[in-house]
Design a protein around this ligand. Structure first.
Ligand code: ADP
Length: 442
């Protein structure tokens, strides 16, 4: 069994607190790292020890691999939890940890790299029997090759960069006449962003939903699906509201999605917590999009509907413990998460977060806290859980209504608007719904 007794948390904000709390539960010591701008952040105070790793900019601190590893070695940690964002899906960081006898809490560097290269990930999934959207076999760099594939797949198509991420180098192309120009623009963007002009094509789905499956895999290769989530409500490809389970999905399709997600993870010898993301186009029509090799922002909705502590599970797997299949009563049938984001930086002058029956709040905010301008805008997650979707939406409306975050501008009003839209209440949205709501087509 791997010796894990002291964990360095290579992150900040609510997820750093989430990890510290899970460590405490398992009697593990914790070391926080922080940028100078985070000197008064809650994770610094709550960890057993804290090490300053650099100045405010992420490159100097939370992305500074050498300083983080030095902090871990200097405080005699034996493991590193990367959280989400920052270095969590950086294969070279995972490698650097392993090279320094630090257990990286996640899959191997090789698996991270494999899932990070999109055309390769797609090919791996095809080999594992996971459905993918009709598309090109592998990638290409010549426009003529792309045109041939597009004609074969049929328009509209989605052009993507193999090295892609964050939506860069991506284009929807609706007809053959637009192909050459769109290809050149997208390839140029990919070249600029990733130094790599390899592109691939997929059939463009016009009204899909985003459904994902949470998996856990232990070091012995025992892999399970813990549940599914519906993350269709997105603004500019950023998730805004997340639900569990995905109530839109019929039971046979759900069972199949869980089965292929487990198959996908098992085929690459996955270890830890991971998420297989699908585009869902109707009963029995779903296609692999990507695999995220880390804990996700929206993990609480699965925790509340499965009775699994996913972060504790990550730690236990890293210790070499086997997954135990228990089926205790889940706290709720349904859960919904809202991501609260800050539109501005500034000092929180007054704070009231919702509480009470069926509400969980994950945040690192406190009254007087200064929200720094350097990092992710998400400052809190409110999760409502209860017997069914309509009840939980009502609980969430009430929770958002009572929330006070004064001193900065937030998206609370926007969230309340979404929670009252008839298409959301009827559950008839698709992944473009919020964008069209905010910027209606001319
Ligand atoms: P990135 O890694 O750059 O974010 P993804 O491949 O995850 O790129 O795609 C980003 C978003 O684009 C998805 O969340 C989905 O909304 C949309 N998308 C991706 N592939 C397709 C497709 N084949 N059809 C329709 N929409 C798609």
């Amino acid at each position: 069994m791997t010796l894990v007794k002291k964990v360095l948390i290579a992150n900040r904000g609510e997820i750093a607190l989430r990890i510290i709390r899970a460590c405490r539960l398992l009697h593990l010591k914790t070391v926080a790292v922080y940028a100078t701008a985070d000197k008064f952040a809650l994770h610094v105070g709550l960890a057993d020890e804290a090490v300053c790793i650099g100045s405010a900019s992420p490159e100097a601190s939370y992305l500074n691999q050498r300083n983080i590893v030095a902090a871990a070695l200097g405080t005699h940690c034996d493991a590193v939890h990367p959280g989400y964002g920052f270095l969590s899906e950086n294969a070279s960081f995972a490698k650097l940890c392993e090279a320094n006898q630090l257990k990286f809490i996640g899959p191997s560097a090789k698996v991270i790299a494999l899932m990070g290269e999109k055309a390769q990930a797609r090919a791996t999934m095809v080999a594992a029997g996971v459905p993918v959207a009709p598309g090109s076999d592998g990638d290409f760099t010549a426009v003529a090759v792309g045109q041939t594939w597009a004609d074969r797949i049929g328009y509209p198509v989605m052009l993507k960069a193999s090295a892609g991420g964050g939506g860069k180098g991506m284009r929807v192309i609706t007809n053959a006449a637009d192909f050459p120009e769109a290809f050149n623009l997208a390839q140029g963007e990919a070249q600029n962003a990733f130094g790599d002009g390899h592109m691939y094509l997929e059939k463009y789905l016009t009204h899909p939903r985003h459904i994902e499956v949470q998996i856990l895999a232990d070091q012995a290769g025992h892999t399970i699906a813990v549940g599914d989530r519906d993350c269709t409500i997105q603004h500019h490809h950023q998730k805004v509201l997340e639900e569990a389970p995905a109530v839109i999905v019929d039971e046979p399709t759900r069972a199949k999605m869980h089965r292929v997600a487990v198959q996908a993870a098992a085929s690459i010898h996955y270890e830890g917590a991971g998420t297989v993301e699908f585009l869902y186009d109707g009963p029995n029509q779903f296609y692999f999009m990507e695999m995220n090799t880390r804990i996700q922002v929206e993990h609480p909705v699965t925790e509340l509907t499965s009775h699994t502590d996913l972060v504790a599970a990550q730690l236990k797997i890293a210790q070499g413990k086997p997954l135990t299949l228990t089926t205790p009563q889940a706290p709720a049938n349904f859960a919904l998460e809202c991501r609260i984001t800050a539109n501005t930086a500034g000092t929180i002058t007054a704070l009231h977060l919702p509480d009470g029956h069926g509400i969980r709040t994950d945040t690192a905010l406190y009254q007087g806290y200064q929200v720094p301008p350097y990092y992710d805008a998400m400052i809190a997650k409110i999760i409502a859980y209860g017997p069914d979707r309509p009840t939980v939406i009502r609980q969430m409306q009430s929770a958002i209504d009572e929330t006070v975050i004064a001193g900065i501008s937030t998206n609370l009003d926007f969230l309340m608007q979404l929670l009252q839209e008839s298409k959301f209440l009827d559950n008839t949205t698709d992944i473009n719904w919020v964008d069209h709501l905010v910027e209606p087509a001319p």
